[in-house]
Design a protein around this ligand. Structure first.
Ligand SMILES: [Zn+2]
Length: 184
């Protein structure tokens, strides 16, 4: 994969453009937020996260969908269990992943952040493929947007405490950070 900083789209990954984005108010990209999601919760490889971010979720398909189908949300990227990457929104644009949030005293983290969803739950370890691809993608993002330092990578639960729990206790921050520091 290769991120084109001119367009904000990553080459060599699947593109599923979402309508759920708008312009960043001042163009700043200086924070990376890690999430987890699965639809229905705990089921993987269903394609429903893609449908959700494209406002195509069919309410009748699962009881859980009724409560979320009308939500207008997105993330920049989804990394599935097998390491497959899908991009929904250009990094240049503001995806709608963080909601009410605050990082280092600044609210509305969507304004200045990139959101990566790992397919998963709070209860299950993530896959080796997901860590490998997450590190590769993070490096691309850090190269394009140098303001995303190691100290500016956080979890959704860090910027929305009490409201959000993802990526959850099974996400191995030490493994992720060590891999980012490893110059291979
Ligand atoms: Zn989240």
């Amino acid at each position: 994969m290769r991120l084109d900083p001119r367009t904000g789209w990553c080459l060599g990954v699947r593109h599923c453009p979402s309508a759920n984005f708008n312009a960043r108010p001042d163009g700043e990209i200086s924070l990376l937020v890690i999430h987890n999601i699965s639809l229905p919760p705990g089921q993987f490889g269903t394609g429903k996260v893609q449908e959700f971010f494209q406002n195509r979720l069919v309410v009748d398909e699962h009881p859980y969908f009724a409560g979320i189908a009308e939500m207008r949300v997105s993330a920049h990227f989804l990394i599935e269990r097998d390491g497959a990457v899908t991009q929904f929104v250009s990094c240049q644009d503001r995806a709608w992943h963080a909601g009410v949030s605050c990082f280092a005293g600044r609210e509305n983290c969507n304004d200045f952040s990139i959101g990566i969803e790992l397919e998963g739950t709070d209860e299950l370890p993530f896959s080796d493929a997901q860590y490998r691809v997450l590190v590769e993608l993070t490096r691309q993002l850090q190269a394009a947007y140098p303001a995303i330092g190691l100290d500016r990578i956080c979890g959704h639960s860090d910027i929305a405490p009490g409201r959000k729990t993802d990526p959850g206790p099974c996400f191995d921050w030490a493994r992720y950070r060590a891999a980012l520091l490893d110059k291979e």
